[in-house]
Design a protein around this ligand. Structure first.
Ligand SMILES: Nc1ncnc2c1ncn2[C@@H]1O[C@H](COP(=O)(O)OP(=O)(O)O)[C@@H](O)[C@H]1O
Ligand SMILES: [Mg+2]
Length: 245
């Protein structure tokens, strides 16, 4: 059971949207998928038609002394979701104090999930790079995709933020109409071995999918972004293997 962690190089680059879309694409390829929200933003579940009023999730359960594995939801046969859960602003310091310890414990939980044989693929939606406490998740994953946009801010961060060895870079919101984006893309292709050989384009369907609370491939099977996420899913099947088959 390979585990892929997806993390934005900063907030807002599309990591959560891609996690939801990739989960859907792997599911459509006949794979059993569990997708876990590791971020206190708790946005991932909103790509899977949950109501705003839903507060349950594994992070919420940690603070309430409840069992994490009872918080999973079935989106459809073969695609399950574990939300983070909603924390109030007042609870965030309590969460931050426990975060490191909890993410360490997740290495055991992921091994339990691997041993259970219940899923073929596990996807983790991590908080953006630089947020404290994500190292445990990065280490637990078999592959780490760092999502970035072709802009100067991502370029600066590539120079300033060290990435764990083996991290692959995934370009999102690419628009060939922008001269700057074209230039950066070409430069990165020449200089960054870690850049994945496929990109996700800027696509209105991706933006609309979140408004419709669906993964993009479900919202619009014919959209460019859905097509590109299918290609990413096939790439994952060919290139990502689990450390504990
Ligand atoms: N390829 C894309 N084309 C158009 N809009 C996108 C694309 N990817 C993401 N978005 C939009 O960008 C916003 C931020 O995406 P999100 O996945 O929440 O980013 P992150 O998880 O990195 O903070 C959302 O409104 C989403 O719909
Ligand atoms: Mg996110």
């Amino acid at each position: 059971m390979p585990v892929i962690a997806l993390q934005g190089i900063r907030g807002g680059v599309g990591a959560t949207s891609i996690t939801a879309g990739l989960a859907w694409a792997l599911h459509r390829l006949g794979k059993g998928v569990l997708v876990i929200d590791c971020s206190a933003d708790n946005h991932l579940c909103l790509h899977f038609n949950t109501p705003f009023s839903l507060t349950a999730g594994w992070g919420r359960a940690e603070l309430d002394g409840l069992a994490w594995h009872q918080q999973a939801l079935r989106y459809c046969e073969g695609l399950d979701l574990l939300p983070f859960g909603r924390l109030s602003v007042d609870e965030l310091p309590r969460w931050s104090a426990r975060h490191q310890q909890v993410s360490g414990r997740w290495i055991q939980y992921l091994n339990q999930l691997r041993d259970s044989g219940e899923y073929d693929w596990l996807l983790l939606d991590l908080p953006a790079a630089g947020m404290p406490g994500t190292e445990g998740w990065q280490e637990a994953a078999d592959a780490l995709f760092c999502v970035l946009n072709a802009d100067a801010n991502s370029h600066i961060r590539l120079h300033q933020q060290p990435l764990p060895p083996g991290t692959r870079l995934l370009l999102n919101r690419f628009s060939a109409e922008s001269r700057l984006q074209q230039d950066l893309h070409q430069y990165w292709r020449q200089h960054l071995d870690a850049l994945l050989p496929l990109a996700i384009h800027q696509d209105e369907a991706m933006a609309e999918a979140l408004a419709a609370k669906q993964p993009v491939g479900e919202y619009s099977t014919v959209s460019l972004a859905a097509d590109e996420l299918n290609i990413l899913a096939v790439w994952c099947l060919a290139h990502v293997t689990g450390s504990h088959p």
